[in-house]
Write a protein that binds this ligand. Structure first.
Ligand code: NAP
Length: 508
């Protein structure tokens, strides 16, 4: 069956048709990935680095065609897409540097102690090795950075795992262009074609066929809670369960403390609304929840936020389905007792799939009574919860589920006074932000983009930054191995000159 991409701004079909991958083709793709694995996993760090850099170069060589197609399919502005392309090639190059340096394998050597009493210790050497072929699902809101050549693909390829990508049906043309760029890099580097493959599907069957395929050893997913949880459940029910690293939605609570609102309430209100409505609110780090303590500064903050929200124009969302889910989500929240629409942009503007920025407000008791108020509404809305006391603010924090981020705005003195709030929040999230906003996720070594369930299905990992590579590798211990059979990373002379933990001490 074939399908067409949709122009996200007008709803009209775009040029080009795409074929749904059949079950037999998914099976063949997984088979080719498994055939490529023994070759690809043996590649040196230098060879993998050159491959990742070549992918980055091939993506840049696509030029404006890639950005223009992505703009048509997502309605995201060209400037934003240019930045996202920079981030995408930047993360490929960062992983290239990381695997070229080589120390990511976390090599550990406990030399033999033949004379130890009462028992000798054998020679033990451990390092990380790649898991095997990985299935990858990208999200609609990042057609480049969390898609075909996004962070999951970069980290899996860096680890030494072939990938089978399920292209997102909301941007199939963008996916095809990037897929072709990766295939050109595979060819230029003389790698087996099974190192990278892409399949298309507009329903759940194609994705589920990847998840259930016995040759697939892990899944990287970015998308909705519903999709991530369905894939996780299917993966754990397989005869051989496999890890699923699903990065899902989050409401990213932002706590505004009273003294800072007194000093800077008006500018913070504008910055908060800007963060909520950035990219029509279509970020997993969008601050969908704000907690404010009742005070004069708090009232002024709320009035200014209302005004700023009304002044922000509606804009086209990624798909008609996302627009519909957003509108239904806002309606569902506003129907809950003691929840008020504090402000909304002009709803007489009815352009195709345009999301209207909306600010809702409620009290802390109503929020604590209705857990559904903490659920993600993907789009340009936020719920402001007004707490009468610090204790009420603490109860809201203690009752939160897992989120990707939490943010606290406060003066230096009140941050110390609210240190207990920071302690509670550290248990709830993967990244804690002070006096900033959670939108904007740096790709770096120290970044953690993850968090406790339901933000993700594996609290121990990140999907952004170099640590993401660890999701697609596992430790192996080599006991009593002759020197010549050891991988280079573990040879006594350290020919790769990597950092290793030798007898409990880091050395190179
Ligand atoms: P989505 O609808 O879950 O789609 C993601 C991918 O998963 C698509 O390829 C989709 O294919 C597939 N899929 C969904 N449900 C499935 C199922 N039951 N079985 C098999 N495949 C399934 O997500 P989206 O609308 O693109 O993205 C928006 C969401 O992503 C928001 O909730 C946002 O917060 C989240 N997000 C999270 C992060 C993060 O890092 N945590 C980053 C960006 C976005 P089909 O459409 O063909 O079913």
């Amino acid at each position: 069956m074939s399908f067409q991409a949709i122009n996200a701004t007008t709803g009209e079909p775009l040029s080009g048709t795409f074929e749904e991958t059949t079950a037999q083709e998914v099976d063949q793709a997984c088979g080719r990935a498994a055939d490529a694995f023994p070759v690809y996993r043996k590649l040196s760090g230098e060879a993998k680095a050159r491959f990742l850099e070549r992918i980055a170069d091939e993506i840049m060589a696509l030029g404006p065609e890639l950005l223009e197609r992505a703009h048509l399919e997502t309605a995201l502005p060209l400037a934003r897409l240019t930045g996202e392309r920079g981030r995408t090639v930047g993360q490929l190059r960062l992983f290239a540097q990381y695997v070229r340096a080589g120390s990511w394998v976390d090599a550990r050597i406990d030399p033999a102690l033949p004379d130890r009493q009462p028992l000798p210790r054998p020679d033990l050497r451990q390092m990380l090795i790649p898991l095997g072929p990985v299935g990858i699902f990208g999200a609609s809101n990042f057609p480049l950075a969390f898609s075909v050549a996004g962070g999951d693909t970069a980290s899996a390829l860096a680890a030494g795992c072939p990938v089978v990508v399920k292209a997102h049906p909301a941007h199939p043309g963008t996916s095809e262009l990037v897929g072709q760029a990766i295939r050109r890099a595979v060819e230029a580097c003389g790698l087996p074609e099974g190192v990278f493959q892409m399949v298309h599907g507009t329903g759940t069957e194609v994705g589920m066929a990847i998840v259930q395929h016995p040759l697939i050893k892990a899944i990287g997913f970015t998308g909705s809670f519903r999709g991530g949880k369905a894939i996780y459940d299917a993966a754990v029910r397989r005869p051989e369960p496999i890890p699923v690293y699903a990065e899902m939605g989050s409401t990213n609570p932002v706590f505004f403390l009273p003294a800072i609102l007194k000093d800077k309430g008006l500018s913070l209100a504008q910055a908060y609304v800007d963060s909520v409505t950035l990219g029509v609110g279509q970020f997993c780090t969008n601050p969908g929840l704000a907690i404010v303590k009742q005070s004069d500064g708090g009232d002024a903050f709320l009035s200014q936020a209302r005004l700023a929200m009304t002044q922000t124009k509606p804009a086209p969302m990624l798909t008609q389905g996302i627009f519909q889910a957003y509108s239904n989500g806002v309606e569902k929240l506003s129907a809950i007792s003691r929840v008020h629409i504090a402000s909304k942009t002009d709803t007489t503007v009815t352009d195709y799939a345009h999301g209207h920025p909306t600010l809702l407000s409620t009290t802390a008791d109503a929020f604590l009574e209705h857990p559904e108020l903490a659920e993600e509404v993907f789009g340009p809305s936020s719920l402001m919860v007004v707490a009468d006391t610090k204790e009420e603010m603490m109860s809201v924090a203690r009752n939160l589920e897992g989120h990707l981020t939490a943010t606290v705005h406060g003066t230096p003195e009140e941050l110390l006074e609210y240190a207990d709030l920071l302690e509670v929040l550290a248990q709830k999230v993967g990244r804690l932000v002070i006096n900033g906003f959670p939108t904007g996720v740096e790709v770096s070594h120290a970044m953690n983009h993850g968090g406790p369930y339901p933000a993700t299905t594996d609290v121990r990992t990140t999907s952004v930054g170099t640590n993401a590579i660890r999701r697609f590798a596992r430790p192996v211990c080599y006991q009593g191995f002759p020197e010549e059979l050891l991988p280079d990373e573990l040879k006594t002379a350290n020919p790769l000159n990597i950092w290793r933990l030798v007898d409990g001490e880091w050395q190179r």
